[in-house]
Design a binder for this molecule. Sequence first.
Ligand SMILES: *Cc1c(COP(=O)(O)O)cnc(C)c1O
Length: 439
Amino acid sequence: MIKLISTGGDTTTVSFPEAMWQGQAPDGGLYVPQSIPALPESWWSGVADRTFHEIGAGIATPWLAPHLNEQEVRTLVEEALPFDAPLVDVEGTTSVLELFHGPTLAFKDFGAQFMAKLFGRLGAEDDRELLILVATSGDTGSAVASGFHGVPGTRVCLLYPSGRVSPLQEKQMTTLGGNVTALEVDGAFDDCQRLVKEAFRDRELNETFRLSSANSINIARLLPQSFYYVRAVAQLQERGERAEPVFVVPSGNFGNLTAGLLANRMGMPAHRFVAATNRNDVFPNYLETGRFNPKPSVQTLSNAMDVGNPSNFERIMYLFGGSLERVREQILAIGFDDHQTTEEIRRAHEEYGYLADPHTAVGLLAARSIREQSLADPSRPLVVLSTAHPAKFRETVEAATGAEVEIPERLAQCLSKEKQTIAAGSRYSDFRNLLNELF
Ligand SMILES: *Cc1c(COP(=O)(O)O)cnc(C)c1O
């Protein structure tokens, strides 16, 4: 059975379900596996013939045993992730791994859908309903809400800053109904986050409710994100491409990249990882200078990567035994500004006929600079992770390309519904009263 420990230094180990229920370790660190279960050579050599669901079951089973058996994991993967991650050629040996075919059109669907089903499947440790509090600036809220929507024994309360999410993101969060409640907070994202953090520290509230954060630091969200890296390798091999790929990952909190590292430690062939960031370039600076200097985030077009203190940095350091040299051997990092991003959206459309959202464009920029600076052998496959559908950032993409971006049916549906929200102030005492009234 896999055991997890905290990056915070506490040596107590917990099981996977315990780490999932808690989210963050009591010492404030993040849960990481004490040792990573590698899959046998024979599993990897047959990977090209496996479907996405078979890959998911193969990867997740050693993490979830003995709580679930392989067949149960397989069923869970099928139910949670009824969509694929297709690899699309763009130019030469560069391809894009499209991670936006889930219900909310962003890669966060993989983590959120899987985690939600796992919460439902592994049952409650007591019989109180689980109340999931999520502060969101847009993408996380819709992915988590969609994942937990209709999951028995759970309720979701989203807090988002009024007037500061895109109209489309707002519709995605506020039209689900059922067990999902959206609070429109009169304040900024930081206010939403502060309210949620205070609620977790509030003893009395925690006696009334069984609270969970289900946020991006949860290990149960990382695990399913390793599936699609393996799926990319399988698709390369199907095409007869055997060389180890370079994975380019548009990064903010570095959960996505960490999931790739986990897949690699489980035996997945990968030559290197490239962290592509926007102007929030704390990680590229770290690799360059050896100093990790978190700073306040700055706003950019690729706003889901506007992170000034990447939470998964601790996990990355743990995986490399704290050695900067070892991190540098495996990970390259490059940052780009908004001007370059807009220009890349235009070029990708013009040169490859590909419509990229601003986050994917940051990844394509990194791939371009690797080619131009010969940082990888020209024959080596470069896989750029595409983290969002261009329709999610339609205005930016249309302005940069002059092309029209089609809105997928599943998004169009929620656009025609009325938003349902509850107005909330940014004072904690009011928030607390509201929770007691509502739930
Ligand atoms: C969350 C997000 C990212 C950043 O992912 P991390 O795991 O935080 O590095 C990139 N692109 C999009 C569209 C996102 O929603």
